[in-house]
Write a protein that binds this ligand. Structure first.
Ligand SMILES: [Fe+2]
Length: 342
């Protein structure tokens, strides 16, 4: 729920009971140990002490963030009765995530992604609005200043893959075309790698273009193929330990902007792709799954391009941008945080 009211710092009066909830209750290998009243009093007193320590935060929003985080972290520790060995393992995991992170490798974004935290943040910040196209994860592979192509141009830049003709319109939620809308597109090659994952400095599989005076756009890209998120680090080890695949459903990234409209960050996914139901970062929305129609070798292309006898595909993606979100008086929104797991 979004309100303009000052943040409420909910007292942990209804703090979750110490016993675990949900699936963990009574399951072999889990801890549901009840604690005495005196033990519960000591634990909640610590929470109160930590919450109070943040009362002097420099802004109400910062105070809300750190106090809410305190409540949730302590809730987690108490619910699972975190052992010191597990706490150490957690610290080691985060340390490893830091060590492997570089300008080109962001393990913490991956961690956020595989917990669904990235998608939840996107959901919170892109409230459903009429017919507006749904947003999905930004991902770690966007690059500023990708080359500009003309309408009907090719984003591949030499990246290997099956050619794919993509076209559509960019409109507002009333159906009015948005001439000149800026469309950024980027994707992996058929080997599952983005250009930035190669160490030769190439720029391929990415570009930007502008919608025409009728809000229409078209370009050549590559038929998307599945690829794994980087899984040679701690996040990959965690996925393996829990029996999850690092694979992402085949997709093509878009970021679309126009004056007065909320910028949309999204993908389109390939109908029939085997990973649609188990995308490793929870990015798939049914409304974003599109038919990529396979065209046989030699089939005439929309713009007469000679593909030298190669097969190709085509997809349509009509993009609807919501209006720019209005800022509140304080240019921010306050979230009334509720204990979610009582
Ligand atoms: Fe991607």
């Amino acid at each position: 729920m979004t309100t303009n009211a000052a943040p409420t710092i909910a007292a942990p009066a209804t703090y979750p009971p110490v016993t675990a909830s949900g699936r963990a209750v009574g399951e072999p290998g889990t801890t549901t140990k009840p604690v005495s009243a005196e033990q519960a009093r000591r634990e909640t007193a610590l929470i109160e002490e930590v919450l109070a320590s943040f009362e002097g935060a420099t802004s109400p929003r910062l105070r809300q963030l750190v106090q809410s985080l305190t409540r949730h972290v302590h809730s987690f520790i108490r619910e699972v009765r975190l052992t010191e060995e597990e706490w150490n393992a957690g610290i080691a995991f985060l340390t490893d995530a830091g060590r492997i992170t570089t300008d080109a490798r962001q393990e913490f974004v991956l961690l956020s992604d595989v917990f669904g935290a990235s998608m939840q943040t996107i959901a919170v910040n892109n409230e459903a609005y009429g017919s507006a196209t749904e947003a999905t994860v930004f991902g770690p592979f966007f690059v500023e200043d990708a080359p500009r192509i003309e309408l009907g141009g090719d984003i591949a830049g030499g990246a290997p893959g099956q050619p794919c003709w993509v076209e559509g319109t960019v409109t507002d939620t009333a159906g009015n075309p948005l001439p000149g809308a800026r469309i950024e597109v980027w994707e992996a090659d058929e080997d599952g790698f983005y250009d930035v994952q190669y160490d030769d400095g190439r720029t391929a599989g990415r570009a930007h273009l502008f919608a025409d005076e009728h809000g229409r756009y078209r370009f050549w890209g590559l038929t998307p193929t599945p690829y794994p998120i980087p899984h040679d680090g701690p996040v990959g080890k965690m996925l393996e330990a829990v029996g999850r695949s690092p694979m992402r459903a085949s997709h093509l990234h878009f970021m679309v902007s126009a004056p007065g409209q909320h910028t949309l960050v999204t993908h389109i996914f390939v109908e029939g792709d085997e990973y649609l139901t188990r995308d490793s970062v929870f990015g798939v929305k049914p409304s974003l799954v599109k038919r990529f129609e396979e065209q046989p070798a030699g089939a005439p292309t929309p713009d007469g391009r000679d593909l030298a006898g190669r097969a190709w595909s085509r997809a349509t993606f009509n993009i609807v941008l919501p209006p720019e979100q209005e800022a509140s008086d304080e240019d921010t929104h306050w979230i009334a945080v509720q204990d979610h797991d009582a």
